[in-house]
Design a protein around this ligand. Structure first.
Ligand SMILES: [Zn+2]
Length: 229
């Protein structure tokens, strides 16, 4: 079932260690087929060098395993919450990539300090509030998704395709698993740049509206003109 989706999710998962975004099993990618509402996701606790396409698990939006011989990622309820809350997205990535997770642990957003950031993220990449004790002891993984949706209640998830979860790590999304991986790599790179920017100039301010708009809007939206037709 959904062989193409499973193959693309397998390839997107394998891209995470190759891009230096995860070590061991510290990350996962999923993608959804909106026509059937089925989600392909990495199995829980399987090392990347042992992962095969046949290990990819198919679940429905309620988390029931529809196909697969392994348990799905323990982060599956977070992915499903994002698919339910962001109906336009097609792929979700979770990582504990180094610099971005440092910002998450510091409970800080990543300010837009330059055009590299503005080309993909239309403003600061937000950090969620920490989960409270009840949310942690309860449906922790689902609540992680809920707090992300809460963080985006007045933001556009298409314009800022990623978030830091306080105390934890990174989630990104996109039209596909592949695009979500692309956004996860850019998020990590701009986190590193932001960290170094602050080291070089501790009083630096985020870039102005004009340059933010110029760089984001020339690549995205109606008036986009970057790249080839
Ligand atoms: Zn995690």
């Amino acid at each position: 079932m959904l062989e193409e989706l499973k193959q693309s999710v397998y390839e997107s998962n394998m891209a995470l260690p190759r891009l230096g975004l995860v070590i061991f099993t510290w990350g996962n990618v999923s993608a959804i087929d909106r026509a059937t509402g089925l989600v392909a996701i990495k199995p829980s606790g399987v090392e990347y060098d042992e992962l095969t396409v046949d290990d990819i698990v198919l679940v429905d939006l309620d988390g029931n395993v529809v196909e697969g011989h392994l348990r799905p990622s323990s982060d599956t309820p977070t992915h499903l919450e994002l698919y339910r809350g962001f109906p336009e997205i097609g792929g979700v990535v979770h990582t504990h990539s180094n610099y971005a997770t440092a910002f998450a642990q510091a409970c800080r957003e990543i300010p837009a300090y330059g055009t590299t950031h503005a080309d993909t993220f239309y403003g600061a990449i937000p950090c969620t509030r920490p989960l409270d004790d009840e949310e942690i002891r309860g449906a922790y993984e689902k609540n992680t998704g809920t707090v992300i949706l809460e963080t985006f209640s007045e933001k556009d998830e298409a314009a800022i395709p990623g978030v830091l979860v306080a105390n934890h790590g990174v989630f990104t999304w996109g039209k596909s698993g592949k695009e979500a991986v692309h956004n996860a790599a850019i998020l990590e790179r701009v986190a590193e740049m932001a960290y170094r920017t602050e080291q070089l100039n501790s009083s630096i301010k985020p870039i102005g509206k004009a340059i933010l708009n110029k760089h984001y809007l020339r690549k995205h939206g109606k008036g986009a003109y970057y790249g080839q037709k």
